[in-house]
Design a protein around this ligand. Sequence first.
Ligand code: GAP
Length: 441
Amino acid sequence: MSETASPDPELFDKIVNLSKRRGFVFQSAEIYGGFRSTYDYGPLGVLLLRNVKDAWWRSMVQERHDVVGLDASILSPPQVWQASGHLANFSDPLVDCTNCNARHRLDKLDDPNVCPTCGSEGTFTEAREFNLMFKTHAGPVTETAAEVYLRPETAQGMFINFANVLNTSRKRPPFGIAQIGKSFRNEITPGNFVFRTREFEQMEMEFFVPPAESQEWYEYWCQTRMDWYLDLGMDPAKIKLRAHDDDELSHYSSGTSDVEYLFPWGWDELEGIANRGDFDLTQHATHSGEKLDFFDQANNERYVPHVIEPAAGATRTAMAFLMDAYDEEVVNDDTRTVLRLDHRLAPYKIAVLPLSKKDTLTPTAMEVFDSLKRRWMVDYDETQSIGKRYARQDEVGTPYCVTVDFDTLDDRAVTVRERDTREQDRVSLDQLEGYLAERLS
Ligand code: GAP
């Protein structure tokens, strides 16, 4: 790992601009002035986000014999959040400035006595705990009995389904339950684009292990999760694992580490990996009255499994990959922007570009598009000069451009241009799929 990596503050605006200009991420409800801290994923963003989630699912579920998937409900009754501790503890301390009425999170202030908005000293009210969960009502009555919550994390869905999964999947510890889905937190200080929002997506896995094996599995998951980011091309100089200090640990956790990325504003969290002990299953067993344990027939012992939890943010991670891939290089006195995304994450894998819009080329270009679209996400673009179209594809990270030109009509071959090197190969149409498959595998 390089010791010299430092944050690049200018990258932030470049990514926000690129996201909007090229259709990765839009401000939500923009035509109504924008809805603060919520974002919509555009045609390219939805593909990038989906590819990040697919890569996670592939490595955490598909390629493992010991992890199964789940898709639990977003709405849940208060009992779940009573047991998990979220109703009592999932809150931030808020202070109001009596001089300028600004509201701040006490734990995020540089000086707890000075208001950063107006600079006045000693003007804060007493801190009040503000619960971050969104509450709503199920059905037409708005009485307390009908209160439900939008989940602030996907994790509890895995804990409350522990027995269901154990009994139906024939898994036994060590085994995991994985889930990708939306979570909601009424964040007091959302910000940094899609880094901290009130509605976001998580990719979480609860790995249930015999208590004696928990430390070993914790270390295993810390390493495995770091390897996932590196395997997908993240710059090793910009990613690190940071173990929590004792005073940062939850009372039930015997170890937690964060995967941190060097964002334009400095190091910040992408994922937390926690050794949660038997806290969650014990809490839900106590509150529900159901047994949430495992009988190990081989050793004739019953135990409550301990849990190792790798908890990542999908939306946050997609943005980190976008930032990590962003590059500018000078080519023939022009600056070319190129997203050097791993092939697996690139929104489009291939762009089919007829050299001219003339009708003579369209049928062959469409034939090429049709031959590739079943296997890959392929863009088709026939507007502007070929140079401009290459630049557009570089800017959104498309690994291969396939150009259909007038010679194609005679030699049944196309020009394939690679994004990073800009090298070009002439490839015959009957070899094209194999050529691309070899390189995109
Ligand atoms: N079940 C444990 C849990 O939810 P967390 O550290 O609060 O742990 C896990 O969340 C991950 O979810 C974070 O590392 C982050 O990537 C993502 N995340 C959390 N709050 C977020 C927010 N407001 N906006 C975007 N992503 C968020």
